[in-house]
Design a protein around this ligand. Sequence first.
Ligand SMILES: [Zn+2]
Length: 306
Amino acid sequence: MERRSRLLGFAALVAACGLVAAAIFAWRHRNTAQGGPFLDPPTRGDRVLIVAPHIDDEAIAAAGYAAASLRRGAEVSVVYVTSGDCNRTSAEIMDFTLRPGARDYLAEGKLRIQEAIAAMAVLGVPRGHLYFLGYPDRGIRPMLENPGTVIRSPGTGRIAVPYEEAVSPGAEYRLDNLEKDLRTVLDKTRPTIVLFPVLFDAHPDHSATGRLTLRLLRRTLFGLRRLGYLVHARHFPSPFRKAPRLPLLPPDRFAGLHWLLFPMAPADEAAKLKVLRAYRSQRRDPYLFVLMDAFIRRNELFLDVK
Ligand SMILES: [Zn+2]
């Protein structure tokens, strides 16, 4: 009798565990189970501006959305806040050195600008719609937190924009210069939709770029659509590998926010794949290689920022 009640107890425990597991699974996949909420692509007359902390973020987060926008006759522009000139791994590989110096990082920044021009041409974004600001990779948060101070780039060692392709070559690495350049881009592109990093992205350049963009948008423009995107967070994307048939869902701890799923049409998925492949220097970095591929999913993911 005692044995039978123990067996019954065990069976009840197994059933309860099964129910909990099913509930967790359903909760994690509630967005897709509910079929949305979905984000519609822009239409003719829309002007999309993607604010990217580094060259390649625009493609990782939103190449599908950009491709759909272009197909429907909307304009797409991209502003690159930094040139990604402090990526140690890719500077090491590019220059066959284990101790990249300032010159290696500068060469990397120049190469990445050319890669961006080529990658965006693949997507159909003309050179005139690309804005390179050239502020220091890994220096955006220090600039934001130390207004008035000139920041030195941890990669190139420079204290002013060293790229002739930039919006303001020679501008000192100071917050007011960066804000002025971003305002210039907003004035030129007059966006109806702005995409920028969410404030809780784990990369300091991303969160600082998000804060800066939101601050400027609140001050200068009204009535436009603001969409946040997440690139760096623990356990994101999950699984951390190429899984094109799976949805891209927010990490559990941010799941309560107002996310929108942008479904990828086959043409947009193919375009995204091509654009990511064009960022050859970054794909030599094993972490970035996997990260890029992990963002090829059934949908892209945006936060509706009110
Ligand atoms: Zn980035």
